[in-house]
Every structure is written in structure tokens, then in C-alpha cells.
Design a protein around this ligand. Structure first.
Ligand code: HXC
Length: 254
């Protein structure tokens, strides 16, 4: 039976690439996003690929909207096996200049949004008796390193990484579920690259710090995500895979 995956923030960058690649790999794909125009463009792009899909406008900060999206998906496709918590929000701001609402906004999207969608998903698993479902979270290497200038995102991603491991144990036992994460490095054509590699000079500095000498692509993240959700990765649980050309390891102390 065809399985269904819901991708949050799936209208651009890595989320859109994952949605397109997973549909090509035979999944029913549901894409959520906040922006109606971008959802429409994604809908059109998905129509080019054989199979079934849906798009849903919603904000992961709203727990009721997350539950409604999961229920809409279950009504349409019978059940929802997998979730990719890809929606993110971030901006560069020195922490001593950050407003409380700036902090709260990023934490709400990244950490609370991941919880809201995962919690809605598990309610669906309970009602449909789903065993062997999956969650794939997207983090960043500053989840375990310092994140100067991006404190809310770093703190939120650290929370998401811990939630990945905690749920891998809790829901591994209870639902035979696999909960994993990807830590992308610098990836071209993403909101992160637009915000964090602000000038061509800055982008070039980042590129030189990647041992493989280039930014990654959204399609490379999508290929890894597709493998991680596949049966080939059936014993992978609680793991975070850095797909970054060796970027985070490259501290060059000497
Ligand atoms: C300081 C800022 C700010 C900035 C927003 N705020 N931008 N503060 N510097 N550049 C503050 C606002 O002043 C406000 O606080 C609060 O944050 C909320 O701002 P809003 O614009 O009202 O929020 P909203 O419309 O909900 O937008 C959320 C957002 C936005 C996060 C600010 O950028 C967004 O929607 N982003 C989604 C896409 C995205 O960011 N993608 C990149 C992900 S990169 P006050 O106090 O004024 O009310 C990523 C990791 C990359 O996740 C890792 C690479 C290695």
C-alpha cells in the first residue's frame, strides 16, 4: 500500500525538493506551508509527477491547525505514516539586541512547531493503529555547537535534536516508530543560505570552509531523506546524519 508523508514548510528549498523526490519515489505527499501562492506553485510542480498529493495552508505554530492537517490527510489517504518537520524560521541578530518576541517567534516555529506536528501525528497513529511510522527532523550543527548570532535557532534545534532522541526511545518501544534527523550544512537555494550567506564574499568564505569545496543542494538532502524514510534504513533510529561535506568538523585549529 502506498504510504503517505507530510512535509512541513514544503513550498521552497529543501522542503520542496524532499516533497518532489518523495513523490517520485512513490509516496503520497502532503505539503504544508503558510504562503498560498507558494503552495499553489508547489501544487503545480507536484502535478508533473505521477501519483497522489495534496497541499494544505497552515502554520506549525498553531497546534489545532497541525491536528486539522493530520486529520485532513488521514481522511484523504486513509492514514499518515510519516512526517518531515522541515518548517523553520531564523534570522541573524546579536542576542543582546534580540527582543523577547524575536526569541519566542523562532522557538515557536522550530521547537514548538516540531512538537505540535509530531504530537498531532501520534494521535493519528493511535486512532489508525499505525506501527512502524516515522518522523524526520531537520536540525543544524549548531544544535550541538555554539550558534553566535542565531541563539533562538540554535537553542530550538538543540531541543529538536533531543526530541529526536527522546521520541526514538519512547515511540520506538510504543509504536515501533523510527525518529531521525538530518543536519544539513550550507545548502544552496534555501532560506537559510539566503539569510546566513548574506553577501557573495560571505558565501565564498563559507564555501572555503567546506572540505568538499561547495555548497550542497536541496536535491542531495532530498535523496538522503528518501533513503532515511525507506525500508533500506529500517534499523536507523534516533540518529542524526550531518550532510554537509564535512563542514562542521572543519575547525582548522592549526
Ligand atoms: C531582529 C527580528 C528580525 C531580525 C524578525 N525579528 N526579524 N529581530 N532581527 N532580522 C523579530 C521581530 O522584530 C518581531 O519581534 C519577531 O521577530 C517576530 O517577527 P515577525 O516578522 O512578526 O514574525 P513572522 O512574520 O512570524 O516571521 C517569522 C520570521 C520570518 C522567523 C521572523 O523570518 C520567517 O517567517 N521565516 C521563515 C523562513 C526562514 O526563516 N527560513 C530560514 C530558515 S534557516 P518584535 O519584538 O518586534 O515584535 C534555518 C537554519 C539554517 O533554519 C542553518 C544553516 C547552517
Amino acid at each position: 500500500m502506498t504510504k503517505t508523508v507530510l512535509v512541513t514548510g514544503g513550498t521552497s528549498g529543501m522542503g520542496k525538493a524532499m516533497a518532489l523526490t518523495l513523490k517520485k519515489a512513490g509516496w503520497n505527499v502532503v505539503v504544508t506551508g503558510r504562503d498560498a501562492d507558494r503552495l499553489h506553485q508547489t501544487d503545480v510542480a507536484l502535478q508533473e509527477i505521477q501519483g497522489d498529493h495534496a497541499v494544505i495552508q497552515m502554520d506549525v505554530r498553531d497546534p489545532e491547525a497541525c491536528m486539522a492537517a493530520v486529520n485532513q490527510t488521514r481522511q484523504r489517504f486513509g492514514r499518515l505514516e510519516a512526517l518531515i518537520n522541515n518548517a523553520a524560521g531564523n534570522f541573524i541578530c546579536p542576542t543582546d539586541e534580540l527582543s523577547p518576541n524575536g526569541w519566542k517567534t523562532v522557538i515557536d516555529i522550530v521547537l514548538n512547531g516540531t512538537f505540535n506536528c509530531s504530537h498531532a501525528l501520534v494521535k493519528g497513529w493511535q486512532e489508525d493503529g499505525v506501527s512502524g511510522g516515522q518522523i524526520l527532523n531537520i536540525v543544524a550543527s549548531y544544535a550541538w555547537q555554539a550558534g553566535p548570532g542565531v541563539a533562538p535557532s540554535a537553542a530550538a534545534k538543540a531541543g529538536v535534536l533531543n526530541l529526536t532522541r527522546t521520541l526514538a526511545v519512547e515511540w520506538g518501544y510504543k509504536y515501533q516508530a523510527r525518529i531521525n534527523a538530518i543536519s544539513p550544512g550550507p545548502i544552496e537555494r534555501t532560506g537559510g543560505a539566503d539569510k546566513l550567506a548574506m553577501s557573495p564574499e560571505h558565501a565564498e568564505r563559507i564555501r572555503r570552509n567546506v572540505p568538499l569545496g561547495r555548497f550542497g543542494t536541496p536535491e542531495e538532502i532530498a535523496d538522503l531523506a528518501t533513503w532515511m524514510l525507506s525500508d533500506q534504513a529500517r534499523y536507523l533510529n534516533g540518529e542524526c546524519i550531518a550532510l554537509d561535506g564535512g563542514h562542521w568538523l572543519n575547525k582548522q585549529p592549526f
